[in-house]
Ligand binder design. Structure first.
Ligand SMILES: [Zn+2]
Ligand SMILES: [Zn+2]
Ligand SMILES: [Zn+2]
Length: 253
């Protein structure tokens, strides 16, 4: 199995349009972050967690040429904004692509992308999806057991996903006890960490470090990062086996 970070940025991306801060002006490629998404390759099948705003550009950059399934964390625009770009996969594969989301996300997706889900005369001119609503029940994708992990993004119930003892939890500010129990002793925790300061709907650096102390993952990578966090500066401060991810980072298992 292999995972690739398609994007590691928060909702506005980094650099932020018009911002002159040190991170936004940085020449370091690891400080350039497109909207967050993860590509999982398993049994020669490609699975995406979220369809980020830059999906087309991310697919070109990483040479993602087919898509077997999509796991949605939630419906916020930065996580679903690239959905129309899956049309090329539908056209080439000549099939609809299954997607998975909790009931709130699925309901919102059907409003935001009504042209996809309603009967139209657009034919191949629109994405074709098979909608699957999931809550906590594990399911099998191409031989990979996927366990949805319910977490809170402010007051919004969203999903993280666990597979192969790896968990992807982004846009999270609270993990209930039931979900915490599923996240101890992971091989890899991928965690959304926005900035140093407290935020009402995202973990900050200190909250993330407290969580890591509790859960004791073998390795942790931060994603969904804002322009307030400089890649090299924060990496130097972080404890061993904790680091910021960056666009294009691939890991094989
Ligand atoms: Zn987000
Ligand atoms: Zn900035
Ligand atoms: Zn969000």
């Amino acid at each position: 199995m292999e995972i690739t970070f398609m994007g590691t940025g928060t909702s506005q991306g980094v650099p932020v349009v018009g911002c002159k801060c040190q991170v936004c002006k940085s020449k370091l490629s690891k400080n350039k972050r497109t909207r967050s998404s993860l590509w999982i390759r398993h049994n020669s099948q490609n699975i995406l967690i979220d369809t980020a705003t830059e999906l087309r550009l991310q697919s070109l950059r990483e040479d993602l040429n087919s898509l077997a399934a999509i796991l949605f964390t939630h419906f916020h625009a930065d996580h679903v904004g690239g959905l129309d770009d899956i049309r090329i996969f539908n056209q080439r594969q000549k099939e609809a692509i299954p997607c998975y989301a909790n009931s709130i996300t699925m309901k919102e997706l059907k409003v935001m992308y009504s042209y996809i889900f309603e009967k139209t005369n657009m034919g191949d001119g629109k994405p074709r999806l098979i909608a699957n609503t999931v809550e906590e029940q594990s399911f099998n994708l191409f031989g990979l057991l996927i366990e949805p992990i319910p977490v809170y993004h402010g007051k919004l119930p969203i999903l993280g996903y666990k597979f192969n003892n790896i968990a992807y939890i982004t846009d999270c500010s609270l993990i209930t006890n039931d979900s915490l129990q599923k996240l101890y002793n992971l091989d890899l925790l991928i965690l959304g960490v926005l900035r140093y300061r407290v935020h009402p709907t995202h973990f900050n650096v200190n909250e993330a470090l407290d969580l890591i102390k509790e859960l004791k993952p073998e390795r942790t990578l931060f994603t969904h990062i804002s322009h307030e966090l400089d890649h090299n500066l924060l990496n130097r401060e972080l404890p061993p086996r904790v680091a910021l991810a960056y666009d294009g980072l691939s890991i094989s298992f």
